[in-house]
Design a protein around this ligand. Structure first.
Ligand SMILES: *Cc1c(COP(=O)(O)O)cnc(C)c1O
Length: 385
């Protein structure tokens, strides 16, 4: 079995010998500085301004979504998308237990409750079989589809494209359609990832992406709601802009809404980053290919490649290591000691303090993935290290 030191050497053979190599460092260059300066000079630094419109149009073009609505972050994007999909207080939303806490928090912010289910070995995403089990055992009533475990209405399903690798989204969408349950895609990590050429986040009724500092492109903090539905897009814009009715001077608001719009200053950064995204994607594929090759001969370690039939953005490159949590932790210890910022998966959501004790589905695969995956340095700049 390869030792943690073998892994350090192998990662070093790819990323070079800089003393500290971050997990995912944003790449901010001259273009970003120019756009942000233009924005400052314009004085339109808040949520009205040309960069917001440009950025929305750019993301819509890039993803093929009919509409893109820029908001303050991925969590607020997901919360609003869930509300627009009809999720309300006291209901259930099916969520993978293997995800970042934002996926569950967005559900909780709507007053609904996450119902955690298992993940898929091959894609790292929500298990379609696990969702099928929940839907098949549910009771059809006049109020909707009732979860057999909780007695609550199943209001939506939130698949997540883990580390940028697309989950089996087409299968999930057709399964969900059979039961008339809306799919809201958490594509926070998968900007640039596609299935048969179709962008992740555009399969469900609504989808969201994130532009947090560690994502493939950043606006500092930011998110986007994607949808093809004209009416939902209009509602998304209204609900994230304080519910204000358009008027030259009147402040008339027709519902309790949010101040979730993305500031123009952040959008200026996003416009520049989006222009560079194709290059980041190419660099990440090159980095992934180099890791793949480097780890081919290292025993008991597998480099996680994109699922067949899909194109991943390889947001975070990752290894699957055998030997259980003890070996995983020894590897995390050795790599981090050596200046290589490596991370495990997030702790499973069903076991985290805010969600502990909620009823959930069986989660054996998520547990196995959690104890065996190590994310390794993935900044696009490393492709040329
Ligand atoms: C980053 C992320 C989000 C959104 O995060 P924000 O920091 O609010 O932009 C949501 N879900 C997943 C899986 C994420 O990785």
């Amino acid at each position: 079995m390869s030792t943690p030191e073998d892994l350090v050497r192998t990662i070093r053979s790819v990323v070079g010998d800089e003393p500290f190599v971050g997990l995912h460092v944003p790449d901010i260059g001259e273009l970003e500085k120019r756009r942000v300066e233009e924005c400052l000079d314009s004085t339109f630094v808040s949520s009205v301004g040309a960069f917001v419109t440009d950025f929305e149009r750019g993301i819509a073009d890039f993803t093929g979504a009919g509409h893109a609505i820029a908001v303050s972050n991925g969590t607020s994007a997901l919360q609003v998308a869930l509300q627009l999909a009809g999720v309300g207080a006291g209901e259930d939303v099916i969520v993978p237990t293997l995800s970042f806490v934002a996926t569950a928090n967005a559900v909780a912010h709507t007053g609904a409750r996450p119902f955690f289910v298992d993940s898929d070995e091959a894609t790292l995403g929500l298990s379609v079989e696990a969702v099928a089990d929940v839907l098949r055992s549910a009771r059809v009533t006049s109020e909707g589809l009732m979860n057999a475990v909780t007695g609550r209405r199943i209001a939506a399903i939130v698949p997540m494209h883990t580390l940028g690798h697309p989950m089996r989204i087409a299968e999930l969408v057709s399964l969900a359609a059979e039961y008339d349950v809306p799919v809201v895609e958490d594509a926070a990590e998968s900007l640039g990832s596609r299935v048969d050429g179709v962008h992740t986040g555009t399969f469900g009724r609504l989808g969201i992406v994130s532009f947090n500092g560690n994502k493939i492109i950043t606006t500092g903090g930011g998110g986007m709601i994607l949808t093809d539905d004209d009416e939902l897009a209009g509602r998304a814009r209204h609900l994230t802009t304080t519910g204000k009715l358009p008027h030259r001077w009147e402040f008339e608001h027709d519902e309790v809404a949010y101040n979730y719009r993305m500031p123009n200053l952040n959008a200026a950064l996003g416009v520049a980053q989006l222009e560079r995204l194709p290059r980041f994607l190419a660099d990440k594929r090159r980095l992934a290919a180099r890791y793949h090759e480097a780890f081919a001969d290292v025993s008991d370690v597998e480099f996680l490649s994109e699922p067949t039939g899909s194109t991943s953005n390889y947001w975070l490159c990752a290894l699957r290591v055998s030997g259980g949590v003890a070996r995983r932790d020894a590897i995390l210890e050795a790599t981090n000691d050596a200046g290589l910022q490596c991370r495990p998966f997030w702790n499973l959501l069903h076991a985290q303090a805010p969600y502990r004790g909620l009823p959930h589905g069986p989660v054996p695969i998520a547990e196995a993935l959690h104890s065996s995956v190590v994310c390794i340095p993935s900044s696009p700049a490393l492709a040329t290290a």
